[in-house]
Design a protein around this ligand. Structure first.
Ligand code: BG6
Ligand code: MG
Length: 218
């Protein structure tokens, strides 16, 4: 099957928003009387808002009512939104723009597949929106990664077969979502953490679209 589209995760692949999620969740944990580390934060990558809260409360040994959980998710998101309100194109990760440009020049279709409900704001602040023919984010999917919905919907909107898509992911849950969608996945980050990828690199600056297409074909 010929590669016809690239589907990109947002947080950790095109922009580094993990640091803002960390700051906001940590502020919440501190308000509840505990703390967690940068290493623990790695486990939250790609994980949706509700599940992230459950994991963090588990670390702090806290049991909250549904009403309290709703309050803290709302508060965390308000803090997070103040951080991303100041984002600008300088926060696009190294190599991402050149990679998108080459992808487009090769005639491939491009979609976004993000778990975040804040994806539209981030795309607007960083000036990335115009690269995507389809945007699938946390506002339109019902099942979070590793469910393949986000990527299958992306393929559907682009009118491309799932087998003709390649996914770019930095999180284990996202890599599994790609796998569950039947799409080859390029890992962005640590090769020890991301298995089942066709290749794992530190960032988009280390690869080219042409190299990925050759890898998929081989
Ligand atoms: C993912 C992030 O992209 O989106 C997670 O990697 C985050 O850390 C998830 O929890 C949901 O984001 P949001 O902005 O809807 O809370
Ligand atoms: Mg990510």
């Amino acid at each position: 099957m010929k590669v016809a589209a690239f589907l990109f995760d947002l947080d950790g692949v095109l922009v580094d928003t993990a640091k803002y999620h960390f700051l906001a969740w940590r502020k919440m944990a501190n308000a509840l009387g505990f703390d967690f580390t940068h290493e623990q934060n790695e486990q939250l990558k790609g994980v949706g808002r509700v599940q992230s809260l459950e994991i963090i409360l588990g670390w702090g040994g806290k049991t909250l009512s549904q009403e309290e959980k709703n309050h803290w998710m709302h508060q965390k998101n308000a803090w997070y939104q103040t951080f991303i309100a100041d984002m600008n194109p300088d926060e696009i990760l190294p190599g991402a723009l050149a990679f998108l440009e080459k992808t487009k020049a090769l005639g491939l279709k491009i979609a976004l597949g993000s778990a975040s409900r804040n994806a539209p704001v981030i795309l607007e602040k960083t000036g990335l929106r115009h690269w995507f023919e389809a945007v699938v984010d946390g506002n339109v999917v019902s099942a979070s990664k590793p469910n393949p919905e986000v990527y299958l919907k992306g393929a559907e909107l682009l009118e491309v077969a799932p087998t003709a898509c390649v996914v770019f992911e930095d999180a284990v849950s996202g890599m599994e979502a790609a796998q569950n969608a039947g799409m080859p996945c390029v890992g962005i980050g640590n090769a020890d953490q991301l298995s089942n990828t066709i290749i794992t690199v530190k960032g988009l600056h280390q690869i080219t679209p042409e190299a990925i297409i050759t890898l998929v074909k081989s």
